[in-house]
Structures are given as C-alpha cells and as structure tokens.
Design a protein around this ligand. Sequence first.
Ligand code: LMR
Ligand code: SF4
Length: 514
Amino acid sequence: MEKLQQSMYELIVETSTNLPNDVRRAIAKAKAQENAGTRAALSLSTITENIEMADEKVSPICQDTGMPTFEIKTPVGVNQIEIKKAIHKAMEQATADGKLRPNSVDSLTGKNSGNNLGGGTPVIHFSQWEEDVIDVRLILKGGGCENKNVQYSLPAELEGLGRAGRDLDGIRKCIMHSVYQAQGQGCSAGFIGVGIGGDRTTSYSLAKEQLFRTVDDVNPVEDLKKLEDYVMENANKLGIGTMGFGGEATLLGCKIGAMNRLPASFFVSVAYNCWAYRRLGVVIDQSTGDIKEWLYKDGETVDLNTASKEIAATAEVQEETREVVLEAPITEEQIRDLKVGDVVIINGMMHTGRDAIHHHLMDHDAPIDLNGQIIYHCGPVMLKDEEGNWHVKAAGPTTSIREEPYQGDIMKKFGIRAVMGKGGMGPKTLKALEEHGGVYLNAIGGAAQYYADCIKEVKGVDLMEFGIPEAMWHLEVEGFAAIVTMDSHGNSLHADVDKSSLEKLAEFKEPVFK
Ligand SMILES: O=C(O)C[C@H](O)C(=O)O
Ligand code: SF4
C-alpha cells in the first residue's frame, strides 16, 4: 500500500478545503430562501464567497480545522496499524503545509503538539467488512460547534417546552431545544446528528455517526423520518438565523438514529455541526493504497450564487446600513457613536487574543500598548516562509462567549475599545461596554479565507509559548468588515434574538406525536 499516505493526505486536504456537494446544495438553498437584504443574507453571501475562495486557493474553509475523525472499514486481513501510521504521517504533512491548524493541545500543560498528533488526536475508528476495498471517511468538526453538542436524559424539564417524557414527543422537544440552545454560537445555520438511546458514550457516538449520512438521504425508519421532517420544518421557525443574526435559515440538516437503551436510561444526544460541515471519503485499493473513488462528491457542480435577487438587494441594504470606518487607536467618542446594526470597516492594526491570552492578561501586563486598540478573538492558521516571515493562511473569528469571565475587566484594564469575534457575549461584557465605552463586533464565523484576504501584513507576534492559535498576532488589515451587535448603550442583538427565539420555542410546547 505504498500510495496510502498520499491518498490520506489528499483526503485530509480535500476535506479541509472543499465542501461536499450535499452541503453546498443545502447552503445554496438557504441562501435563495433568505429574505433579501437582511444581515442573514449578507452573512450567507460572505459564507458562499468564502467557500469558493477556499476551493480556489486550496486553503482551509475555516481556520479551526477541527477534531479529525476517521471512520474506516477494512477487508478482513488488512493491516490496520499500517493505515494508522499512514494517517499520522499525512496529518503531519497537511499541518506543515498549512492545510490543517495545529489543533492538538495537552489538557494539563496547555502545550500544543504542533503537528496535530497526541493523545486522542486524531480519532480513528476501525471496523471490518466483507468487501475487498478500504472505505475511509473523514469529518473535520470544529471546536465551536462541538461545544454546542448537548445530551438530554429523559424525563427532563426543558426551558420554554416544559416536561419532555420518554417518548417520541419528548425526543422532539429535546431536538427543538438543542437548536435553540446553540443560538448562533456554533456558526449557524447548522446541521445536527441525533442519537437516541445507548449509554452516555454510545449515544453521543451514534449522534456523530449520523453526520456521516448525506443531508438529502431519507431515513428508512418511518418514525425517525417523521421526526426529521418535523424538525426541518419547525426549527427554522425559531428565527435564530445565520450567525444568530435572526433570519429564515437556522438549521440545514437533521439526521436521527436510534439504538437500544438500558431500562433506567433514556439519552438523547445531539451533535451540532456548523455550516462548515467538512466531510468527505475515499474508497481505497487494498493492494496499492490508491484512491479508486471519492465519496460524497456526486459529480454535479453546485452553483452557490443562484440567489441573484438577494445579491441585488444586498446592494440596496448597503445603502441603508450605516457603514463606519475605524482605525486604531479609537477614541471613546467614536465608540459611543456606534449602534447595533452598524457595519464597521476596519483598516490598520488589530491584535488577536483568545482563551490563553485573556486568562494571561488578567494578571500580567500586555506585550504591547492596547489603549484604543481592537482585539480579535481569532486563532489563525499561520505559515512561516524561508525568510522567517509569517503568512496568514486562514483567520476567521472564534466563539467569544468563552472570554465572558475576563473580557470586561481586560477592556477596562488596558483601555481596549473594540473586541471582535462571533456569537456575541453576555451581560457582564455588555455592562462593561456601557461603563467603559466599548463595542462588540461580530465577524462571520468560519469565513476564514474571506478575512485572511483582508490581512495585509503580519507585523509581529507575542506570547508564542501558547502555540500558534493562542498567540497574540499583530495584524495590519484593510477593509475588514464586521457588524456591531453589542454597543455602548446597553443594546445586544444576541440578547434580543435569544429572547425572541425562546418565545418562539415555547410555541412548540403542545404534544405533536402522541
Ligand atoms: O477555534 C477556532 O478558531 C474557532 C472555533 O471552532 C469556534 O467556533 O469557536
Ligand atoms: S469557527 Fe464556526 S465554522 Fe469554524 S469550526 Fe468553529 S463553529 Fe465551525
């Protein structure tokens, strides 16, 4: 199997950079249905542009290239150790080439292994089958959507929906609730895999397995088909929308599986996948290791730009929406002038800072003067050239809510005026924005190529000891667009969408499946 390592490399690169056709179709459909000219329509246009850029440049669709999860079927007698070794080598190569972000972090020391290998990374599951070829499927599922996975133990009391019992209707309520609780934080519009039954572990595994099904397949189990259809019809009525900005498209796919359970347990597990649903597969010749066939690529090319009426309307909305250009250092007066809904175009410097940096800044000085500056919640994919200069390969926002315990204090301590990320922040930060004169900017989650293109130069880096994604990168940008979703006057689009979607969720309280 001398070609196996190369085949695995191709699978990894293709999965990171090229979305499968069923996913593209779901996104194109959502885009066509979105109300023209809204923030959601604008976000979907950015997303589709990003998908095409990633494809053309053979660069990661999203900077978080996720937890690589391989599901492999081998004919009896094939050496699985050899396959594992080939995958490990291919992972290292793809990381060195900037197709994967180094994403494997020691949970105790915080050290990034740098090559995507380490305890539990990558995930490789083997099973045997009686075919004479090897079937390898890969999902790259990002951490932000992984954090929105949820497991219910029935019976349960659910916010907005009341009692969920141990029956089909109780399961229905759990699934509706899972979509509500994700809000925009897992980069909606998303896809969910649901596992019913099992124990806590197998229930989650079953949920994840559902993500290997194609978006448009039909569930052979009548009750589950009914449930999938119901969820697809109704979850979109919650109005959470793309990025949680409100809108028509909240959920793009729902796949449900069931297995037996113990008499005492009744789990419903939901695996939430962002729109950047990176899943591909290959059929491998067991003697040469060559790729015989690609899976999830059904040949027909999907036009992501079918929604011409919406694109025309985008031009209109840009006239109505206030656009403000910001360049650091920013004054308090400039910030107080911004309102939720304004589009901000950033030129000049911004500095990345995510989990490790926020924790660090609580009781250390900043490596540079942050007064009036912009902090970007981002862990980019970076590559160093032979002259030692860094280049940005992918750089979309990360989920901001993780910085909620620190953000307000850090803004005040260092005089930071704007923080940018995705998914919004909570009441503590909102209060600090009001007191201090700060603003929260929402960039489009997953649009890592779109934003990488706005970064003109890497001016430097500090705190590299935290690893590439967690270091503080000093970036010079041009035309970097984001939306004000929390302002210094106590307004939060995220709080508004959460409240209205909870009210809508409560409309699904009455039993449907008796
Ligand atoms: O780690 C990242 O860059 C992003 C993460 O997947 C997230 O959605 O928060
Ligand atoms: S940033 Fe968004 S699109 Fe990227 S992996 Fe995280 S949840 Fe997915």
